[in-house]
Each structure stands twice: as C-alpha cells, then as structure tokens.
Design a protein around this ligand. Structure first.
Ligand SMILES: NC(=O)c1ccc[n+]([C@@H]2O[C@H](COP(=O)([O-])OP(=O)(O)OC[C@H]3O[C@@H](n4cnc5c(N)ncnc54)[C@H](OP(=O)(O)O)[C@@H]3O)[C@@H](O)[C@H]2O)c1
Length: 334
C-alpha cells in the first residue's frame, strides 16, 4: 500500500526526542508533503536538515497548525496540554510524547507491536507511552499472550537522555568538571549523576513511588488491556547517555520454560534475542543506542515462585522509547 504524503509538524523539534523524530521520518522514508518545525522562541531561525533540505525552526503559536495533518509533539506536558487540542481542532492528528493525555480513557495509548487496533479510536489525539513502559511491553506482551502475566517486578537503569538534552549535558559537564577538579553543578537531577545511581526519576507521590514508577504500573495495564496485572516498579537514573536497561521478574499463570520464552522472543515483532551468557553475550545499553529493536536476554527461571522468569530488557529510550514509536503510529494512520 502506498502512503499518501502528509503535511507534518514536529513540535519540540530541537529537543532530544524532536531531533530523533526528524531523523526517523527521514530514515523510514515517511511520505512528507510539507514539514514544519516548531520549538521555543529561543530556537527561532535555527536550521535543521531533512532529506538534504534546510528547514527553519519556527516559534510555536496558536496559529501554527493550519493545514497540518500529523502533529508530532515532544515539547513537554505543558505545551501538549495547551497546543495539543488546538492542533486537533485545526484538523491534525496529534501524536503526543508527553504524559498529558496517556491515562485519558478517550485517548489511545499505543505501542504498535502490542495494541495497533486502538489507533482507529482516536478523536484527534493519540498518546505515546513512557519510554521505560514501551520497551517492557514490547518484550512482555508476546509472553503474556502465551502464559498470562500475573505480576511484574521491574527495576530500571535509565539513561540521562531520558531527561532530555539537559540530562545529556549535565552528565557530560559533571564528568568534565570532576576530571578537571572543578565543582559539580546540579540542575537536571536532584544529586550528582556522574559516577552515581539515583533512585528517583520525577517527583514522589504520597505512596512513596515516583511518577515514573506509577507510569509503568498504569500504562502497562492500559496498553496490554490487562488491568489485573500487578506491577511493582523501582526506577533508577544511571550515568549512561543512551538506552534504558531493565531487570524484569515476571510471574505467569501457567508454566513457560526459558527455552520457549527465548523462542517466542526470537519471533516477536520489534524484539531481538541476545542471550548467550557463557560467552558474555546479553543486551547492553551501548549496543542498543541508535537501534530500533528491544533487546532481550538473561532469560532464566525464577525458582522462587511457581511460574517465574527473569529477563534483562534494553532499548534506546529516544528511539523506540519515543521517536520511532511515534512515527510507527503515524504509519498506521496512513
Ligand atoms: N527523552 C526521552 O527519553 C523521552 C522519552 C519519551 C517521552 N519523552 C517526552 O518527550 C518530550 C520531550 O522530551 P525531550 O527529552 O526531547 O526534551 P528536551 O530535549 O528538553 O526538548 C524539549 C523541546 O521542547 C521545546 N520547548 C520547550 N519549551 C517550549 C515552548 N514554550 N514552546 C515550544 N517549544 C518548547 C524545546 O525547544 P528549545 O530547544 O527551543 O528550548 C525542545 O525542542 C517530553 O514530554 C518528554 O517527557 C521523552
């Protein structure tokens, strides 16, 4: 099926996700008729390249969406809440990377490998899930279909690019400062991130979990259409530039051997099995950076429960965790 060229806008085009979004549209040869790039007034006039042509970044405004058919939003929740409905009213389908609309019952929350059928229910806005949730459900959904998941215990090791360009800059600056005996400046994270691990991503809710952890609970259930699944999360920021890693313990309703799980993952859409521990072969953040796949390895039985497995899941948070997933949704819309 040939895809009809569309007028596309990227909102937050200069950010970590927005930059990747423009590259992903180009790499996947998405049929773009006209491209508009929006960011804050600070970026007005900046030039970005798409398919060998220079495009000028424009400041975002209420009149930005005339004629736009697909609006890819990656400029934070506040901008999504304000401009998302404006873009939808102007006739665009909004694909939003922020958390603004994810849990709205009228907004599909889509991972194309898991629930592509929900795209058609949109009323102008489609939400892209949280990055750590996307990679987890891409790997777990095919296992869930075979043996039904009862409970997930997940600990994440999330890269600084999850906090956007300012997170990348902060790790860079702190490492340089420490090696040149300067003092460390903290802005993007609550503590020094260089050579450290922070068990806090986003703010704490009254129950002691962070918002990032609660997203993994609620979004997993919505995407997998399985409100009964229990999710116990701990989200940790680590001094890695790209890719999130996750240690995932899963309890199933029926038996699933590690061998069968490996076979299922090998054939699952969007997944790649990397699992040869005796030769020190397993998914690594450095190897996943810049790649599309969700990498899965260290699949082994958890002998402490009746039907349990442990897995190690790694993916590029900016790519499958954000830009690629959004562009895949746009492809379904075609
Ligand atoms: N990073 C990830 O792994 C990831 C994954 C999934 C979802 N997300 C979500 O994607 C969104 C963007 O994240 P990011 O990591 O790309 O952040 P980022 O690097 O900080 O980029 C933010 C973008 O928003 C723009 N922006 C800021 N204020 C604006 C305003 N008033 N009007 C218009 N544009 C404005 C910025 O423009 P300027 O350059 O002009 O300031 C920049 O283009 C967030 O909602 C985030 O939660 C991020």
């Amino acid at each position: 099926m040939t895809m009809e060229p569309k007028n596309v806008a990227v909102v937050g085009a200069t950010g970590a996700v927005g930059t990747e979004m423009v590259q992903t549209l180009e790499q996947r040869n998405f049929p773009v008729k006209n491209l508009r790039l929006f960011a804050s007034p600070n970026s007005e006039g900046k030039r970005m390249s798409f398919k060998g042509r220079d495009y000028v970044v424009e400041p975002l405004g209420e009149d930005s969406f005339e004629g736009v058919e697909i609006a890819l939003f990656s400029a934070g929740s506040e901008r999504s809440k304000k401009y998302g409905p404006i873009a939808a009213r102007a006739g665009a389908v909004v694909i939003d990377n922020s958390s603004a609309f994810r849990m709205d019952p009228g907004v599909p929350l889509v991972v194309p490998e898991v629930n592509p059928h929900t795209v058609k229910n949109h009323k102008g806005i489609i939400a892209n899930p949280n990055c750590s949730t996307i990679q987890m459900v891409v790997a777990l959904y095919p296992l869930h279909k075979r043996a039904r998941i009862k409970r997930i215990v997940v600990s994440t090791y999330q890269s600084v690019s999850g906090a956007g360009q300012k997170g990348i800059n902060e790790l860079n600056d702190q490492v340089r400062a420490l090696y040149s005996f300067h003092s460390v400046v903290k802005k993007a994270f609550p503590h020094q991130i260089a050579f450290n691990c922070l068990p806090q991503i986003d703010v704490f809710a009254p129950d002691g979990y962070t918002n990032e952890e609660l997203k993994m609970v609620n979004e997993t259930r919505k995407i997998m259409e399985a409100p009964e699944i229990l999710v116990s999360p701990t989200a940790v920021r680590v001094p890695v530039f790209h890719s999130h890693s996750e240690s995932v313990n899963v309890e199933f309703e029926s038996d699933l051997s590690p061998e069968e799980a490996k076979k299922i993952i090998s054939g699952a859409p969007g997944c790649m099995l990397v699992d040869d521990p005796p030769n020190s072969v397993y998914p690594l953040a450095l190897d996943a950076a810049g790649r599309d796949e969700v990498f899965v390895g260290r699949i082994r039985r958890d002998a402490t429960v009746k039907h349990g497995l442990n897995l190690w899941i790694v993916s590029d948070n900016i790519r499958k965790g954000a830009a690629l997933n959004a562009v895949q949704i746009a492809e379904i819309l075609q």
